[in-house]
Design a protein around this ligand. Structure first.
Ligand SMILES: NC(=O)c1ccc[n+]([C@@H]2O[C@H](COP(=O)([O-])OP(=O)(O)OC[C@H]3O[C@@H](n4cnc5c(N)ncnc54)[C@H](O)[C@@H]3O)[C@@H](O)[C@H]2O)c1
Length: 315
């Protein structure tokens, strides 16, 4: 694997721990027990990272005693990220396990508008993101990747349609739920933390709807009606490609805060993207597309600047 940027200065060693130069680069993945988190841990482990999962729950595959089924190559630290003391302590060290973290991928959140109370989603997501950013600043951890969301495009795009298609990172950010508002606040916090720490890199990945391979059979049910999936412009991203984007963001040598849409190259539909757009958004200007089923969530900035290339496609 290529050189990992933004490694911290050496601290002490935990029991049995190799000196920093002799061990793998160490990344914390928050929310590593979740859908995207599990794919991320698996991918980063395979790419030579030592991964530690900060989550308030075990992944569904973990054994009762937590000694197996954690994906093999990583530890689980059970933690509530809305508690700043716990976040600071766990990033600094966990007794006898490790001292010092090189990078953070912050995925933990209460996702999906409508599945828990709005205030719980907003408060949990904002406090967790603040705690991660502030603790990272205090500990001089300068390589950060944050899960933002496609919802910033204005999901559910009804009654207000997009101003123009495809949607890009320059399209207006228009949160329509407490969940989406929490993601916007996360990006605003990242802007300011980047300003406070000119050497730091903060990358916000605006993931489209994350899908597992096992969910692709269900896409058939959407094919007869463009209205079933118009709410996010028919976008999706395979969890494995989401993990790829995360690794590329970790490797990026940029500084400052940068946001990227992370969507697959195609939509979740067989009908062409131009037909879908005409059927649901007849008055919205549509720019030329690179292919008939091309995504309407433009992923070209992530391709250009991070080297992202989705590999897993439903069709
Ligand atoms: N799934 C999607 O379609 C999608 C789309 C866009 C963005 N995202 C974002 O990507 C990230 C990962 O999404 P996912 O689908 O894997 O979600 P998920 O619900 O499967 O996983 C989220 C994980 O975060 C953990 N968590 C929540 N609050 C916590 C807290 N206070 N302390 C510690 N752990 C906590 C949960 O236990 C869970 O394991 C989230 O930030 C989400 O908002 C997801």
């Amino acid at each position: 694997m290529s050189t990992v940027p933004h490694i911290n200065a050496a601290r002490g060693l935990a029991l049995g721990e190799a000196p920093r130069g002799e061990r793998k680069p160490r990344v914390v993945v928050t929310g590593g027990s979740g859908k995207l988190g599990r794919a991320t841990i698996s991918h980063l482990s395979s790419q030579g990272w030592e991964v530690i999962n900060f989550d308030m729950r075990r992944p569904p595959t973990a054994s009762e005693d937590g000694k197996s089924g954690l994906g093999g190559a990583y530890r689980l630290v059970e933690i509530d990220l809305s508690n700043m003391g716990s976040v600071l302590e766990a990033l600094l060290e966990v007794d006898m396990a490790y001292k010092g973290i090189d990078a953070i991928v912050h995925l933990a959140a209460m996702p999906s508008p409508g599945q828990s109370s709005s205030s719980l989603q907003f408060n949990t997501n904002v406090s967790s993101t603040y705690n991660i950013l502030e603790a990272a600043r205090k500990l001089n951890i300068t390589n950060l990747v944050l899960a933002s969301s496609e919802t910033l495009i204005g999901i559910p795009l009804n009654p207000t349609p997009p101003a123009r298609l495809p949607i890009t990172e320059e399209s207006p950010r228009r949160p329509e739920s407490a969940y989406s508002l929490s993601k916007l606040v996360g990006e605003v916090l990242a802007d300011e933390y980047a300003r406070w720490q000119p050497d730091a890199k903060l990358i916000s990945l605006r993931f489209s709807n994350v899908m597992l391979e096992s969910e692709y059979a269900g896409f058939e049910e959407w094919q007869d009606d463009p209205m079933k999936r118009f709410w996010n412009c028919w976008g999706y991203i395979d969890a494995r490609d989401g993990a790829q984007a995360i690794e590329l963001a970790l490797q990026s040598k940029k500084t400052g805060h940068h946001a990227y849409l992370v969507a697959n190259n195609n939509t979740c539909m067989r009908k062409s993207s131009a037909e879908l757009a005409k059927a649901v958004f007849p008055n919205v200007p549509l720019d030329p597309l690179p292919s008939a089923n091309a995504t309407l969530l433009d992923n070209s900035k992530a391709k250009r600047e991070l080297g992202f290339e989705p590999k897993h496609d439903w069709s």
